[in-house]
Design a protein around this ligand. Structure first.
Ligand SMILES: [Zn+2]
Length: 106
């Protein structure tokens, strides 16, 4: 079983990095919000500052949010698809991985 507090600290640090990066980009951007973004932005708090990020970074931030929620709910490390353990090695490589390697490679 991974050290959940250590994982949480790691995930929160990564999320803070992404948010800081987003704020920098946001300050440089002057484009109006897209309608699509406005709709998605209501899904989770803090997302509004993430709009400047690319899709990959945005997706990572969402996965980190989700992983932090799973830590809170006590389901961290359990594959969200099949319910089997994600695997310690995989979590070490990708702490916010929601799927076990079998489901992820499907
Ligand atoms: Zn699975």
């Amino acid at each position: 079983m991974p050290d959940l507090e250590a994982v949480r600290t790691q995930l929160e640090a990564r999320l803070a990095d992404l948010l800081a990066e987003a704020k920098e980009i946001d300050a440089e951007l002057s484009e109006p919000h897209s309608r699509d973004w406005e709709e998605r932005a209501t899904e989770s708090e803090g997302d509004e500052v993430l709009e400047g990020l690319g899709h990959a970074a945005l997706a990572e931030a969402r996965r980190i949010h989700a992983a932090l929620t799973r830590i809170d709910e006590g389901t961290y490390g359990i594959c969200v698809s099949c319910g089997e353990p994600v695997g310690e090695k995989r979590l070490e490589a990708v702490p916010h991985a929601p799927l076990c390697i079998d489901c992820a490679s499907r």
